[in-house]
Design a protein around this ligand. Structure first.
Ligand SMILES: [Zn+2]
Ligand SMILES: [Zn+2]
Length: 579
């Protein structure tokens, strides 16, 4: 256990002691260290814990910390342990489990507080833990053992780091993240909305939002076209038979939206596109000369997700995938992966994301979660290992993260707040080609089993938009801004020149609006800035007489007295190059 984890675990004990001082009847359950600190799940019976309680607990923890000189521990019999924790059904359950496994039962004590524990604390808490390096964070509900049929407990979260500075940095990052919440930005920038009548988890995209989506998608297509992808289009419904063949009927059972027709036929709304795409590939036999076949389509899929936090884009029922499937021979896999990887690098590079790659492999302990034989999995996973190391990418392996039909490369993007998000994935699939009997005719005239590569560059437009909006704080790059230039004429006399400039820029394909309202100049400029527009042109006599523009650039400061042509050329370059 690393020292910070030991500190966090120790603080969970300290929290438990502090809680019992105020609530002697509370029943402790489990309290582990986590990524940013620790938590303890506690049964408070009928009592409710408030934010004011957190202040009290935190004070008590600081006060007690000085008394926590050293941990001692003893191994006890199950009988003795049951005596110590009598009246606490949670600890009694844990004791039964530990003794059932034949493991020793240990009690750890520090500062007069004893808990059932396996160890892993900092040896001298009073010396090792800075009193200002931790803070209690929030209260949440959590089921005992994460099982919703079991009692609901109160989870108290704490934050803990080695130093106060690190704690402060996290708090500051969270404050910033709150301001950048994509749900707020979506409203402010007027990109998407929700309707009670349509339902939660079903975002409606406004004209500006739809334009932004289109521009994102067009960029991906521009990159795909260099690599020979062709568009396909499929219906959003299918007969049940397709998913029975693919295996999704069973594996996706809970998330599938089903439809019964008036003729008692069963259809499903597609939760993914791959099975449909196999049927396009399989429309006629393919010679090895025609391989690979690369199909792509930006289309919605629908999943009956359980509604958790709603109102945002990260959890939706209608998901727009920029999906692609490459049908290729085994010998072509590496090259196709590299091509997709290039697309991903260029696309995410344009936003300044830093990427690392997770090799998401199957969990050998749970074969029932996956389709296909162990040999198929071993081959596929070895191929991905080779690809990642040949590419020289920053990568790591994660067993248990694979899709049901094959291993994946998951791209993890670090955003401007230092948070990591899973974004693009490339999946190698040797199972669907088996299930749908997909082949090509090789050089010897024989049928050869092919493989499929699934890839979505953005993953889903909804999720990517959420991540990107928070990453940029709503400052969309010029090429992606629904409105690129706002013209603000200083006075009535400058409106005609403003219109002339707008027309020239629009002619060059630059999305330009003019604010000819009666509001004061200051107010109109403030409004343009609030909307985070990349360029605001303030036009008066000087500009009108010299046929120039003066631009306030959101990202590059003030550009004064620029000839209009020069300004237009400059923006066009910025747009084309996705700067
Ligand atoms: Zn412990
Ligand atoms: Zn797919």
């Amino acid at each position: 256990m690393n020292p910070l984890e030991a500190k966090r675990h120790t603080l969970a004990h300290l929290l438990a002691q502090a809680v019992l001082e105020s609530y002697p009847e509370a029943k402790l359950t489990l309290g582990p260290a986590i990524d940013t600190g620790f938590y303890y799940d506690i049964d408070f019976g009928d009592q409710k814990v408030s934010d004011a309680d957190l202040v009290t607990f935190e004070k008590a923890m600081r006060k007690r910390l000085g008394e926590w000189k050293e941990f001692t521990h003893e191994e006890v019999s199950a009988e003795k342990a049951r005596e110590v924790f009598k009246g606490n059904p949670y600890k009694l359950e844990l004791i039964e489990e530990i003794s059932g496994r034949g493991e020793p039962i240990t009690l750890y004590t520090c500062g007069g507080f004893t808990d059932l524990c396996r160890g892993g604390h900092t040896a001298h808490p009073a010396e090792d833990i800075a009193p200002d390096s931790f803070a209690l964070d929030r209260v949440a509900g959590a089921y005992w053992r994460g099982d919703e049929t079991k009692p609901m407990l109160t989870r108290i979260y704490g934050l803990a780091f080695d130093t106060k500075e690190e704690l402060d940095a996290l708090t500051a990052q969270r404050e910033e993240a709150k301001k950048r919440d994509h749900r707020l930005l979506g409203k402010e920038l007027d990109l998407f909305t929700f309707s009670e009548l349509v339902g939660p988890g079903l975002p409606l995209w406004t004209p500006k939002g739809a334009l932004m989506r289109h521009l994102l998608d067009a960029f991906v297509w521009q990159l795909r076209e260099r690599h020979g992808y062709a568009r396909v289009t499929i219906p959003h419904l299918t007969k049940r038979a397709l998913y029975e063949t693919s295996g999704h009927w069973e594996k996706f059972a809970d998330e599938l939206f089903r439809i019964e027709t008036r003729e008692d036929k069963e259809y499903a709304v597609k939760p993914m596109n791959c099975p449909h795409h196999t049927q396009i590939f399989d429309r006629h036999p393919h010679s090895y000369r025609e391989m690979p076949q690369r199909y792509a389509e930006t289309t919605m899929v629908y999943r009956d997700e359980q509604s958790g936090e709603l109102g945002g884009l990260t959890r939706v029922l209608s998901i727009t995938q920029d999906d692609s499937h490459v049908f290729c021979r085994h010998i072509q896999v590496k090259e196709e992966f590299f091509k997709i990887w290039d697309i991903i690098d260029t696309f995410y590079g344009a936003f300044g994301f830093r990427l690392r790659v997770r090799l998401s492999f199957h969990d050998p302990a749970a074969p029932e979660r996956y389709l296909g034989t162990p040999e198929i999995w071993a081959n596929a996973e070895n191929a991905l290992r080779e690809i990642a190391s040949e590419r020289g990418a920053d990568h790591f392996e994660a067993p248990g993260e694979a899709a049901m039909y094959g291993p994946k490369l998951d791209f993890m993007a670090t955003d401007s707040l230092g948070r990591e998000h899973q974004v693009a994935t490339i999946q190698l699939d040797m199972n669907l080609p088996e299930r749908f009997d997909l082949t090509c005719v090789n050089e010897k005239g024989e049928k050869e089993r092919i493989v499929m590569i699934h890839c979505a560059i953005m993953g889903s437009i909804e999720r990517f938009s959420a991540v990107m909006l928070e990453h940029t704080g709503g400052n969309l790059p010029l090429w992606l801004s629904p409105e690129q230039v706002r013209i603000v004429p200083i006075a009535e006399a400058h409106h005609a020149y403003g219109k002339e400039v707008a027309a020239k820029l629009q002619e060059a394909g630059i999305r330009t609006e003019i604010d000819a309202s009666n509001d004061s100049l200051g107010k109109r400029i403030r409004e343009a800035k609030r909307q985070k527009l990349p360029y605001v042109l303030v036009l008066g006599n000087a500009e009108m007489d010299a046929k120039t523009v003066t631009a306030e650039s959101r990202d590059h400061g003030k550009l004064e007295g620029l000839p209009l042509d020069e300004f237009s050329t400059r923006l066009t370059k910025e747009i084309v190059e996705h700067l």
